[in-house]
Design a protein around this ligand. Structure first.
Ligand code: FES
Length: 196
């Protein structure tokens, strides 16, 4: 009768000297196999796990600590105002493909900042903070104009450099235009990539 593979393996483990042929029948073992010695690791003195060639033994890594070091925020945070973030903002970074720009503003999140990118109708590329500096409406839903982008809520018009060009609804002599500026980054296009 054919014995299942698990049973024959178990049988061989429990009775050293017993072997099974391909059909699962017991056969006499020609010699008793000496069980292989399992390489034990020296957990008390880990230095002994290092071979004479200066390499660690196989499987020795499982005894290493899996604790993750605490985060060093000075190195890992790249948002605006953080040391690394301010450093990285001094370089041109690719943020989008020119082919992604359509007749609608493109919402982006770059280094923790929410931004919108667009081509205005005169062909200039703008990259502005997503939240409107008036009432924080998302500029993602704005209307692209001949010059810049117009907020969909109260109609403020922002140029590609963040300058406020129009503030409809405000008094004629309102100082807002001169005192406020929407957050913006300069953009350069190179071979289909937009760098900011
Ligand atoms: S919220 Fe944008 S113009 Fe008022």
């Amino acid at each position: 009768m054919r014995t299942c593979k698990i049973r024959t393996t178990l049988d061989e483990c429990l009775n050293p000297g017993v072997r099974h042929n391909f059909h699962g029948e017991q056969v006499k073992a020609s010699s008793t196999r000496t069980p292989q010695k399992k390489t034990l690791l020296n957990t008390k003195n880990p230095a002994k796990n290092i071979t004479s060639a200066g390499r660690t033994n196989s499987y020795s890594g499982c005894h290493r600590s899996t604790e993750v070091a605490t985060e060093d925020k000075e190195l890992t945070h790249v948002g605006a105002g953080t040391p690394c973030g301010e450093y990285l903002r001094r370089f041109w970074l690719p943020v989008a493909l020119t082919s992604q720009l359509t007749d609608l503003p493109l919402a982006l999140r770059v280094m923790g900042e929410d931004l919108v990118m667009f081509h205005d109708l005169s062909g200039r590329i703008g990259l502005l903070h997503k939240a409107c500096s008036h009432r924080r409406t998302s500029l993602e839903y704005d209307v692209i104009s001949e010059r810049g982008i117009r907020c969909c809520y109260h109609g403020w018009l922002f140029d590609v450099d963040g300058k406020i060009l129009e503030t409809p609804g405000e008094p004629e002599n309102s100082p807002i235009k001169g005192n406020l500026c929407q957050g913006a980054y300069p953009v350069r296009e190179y071979k289909g990539l937009d760098f900011a």
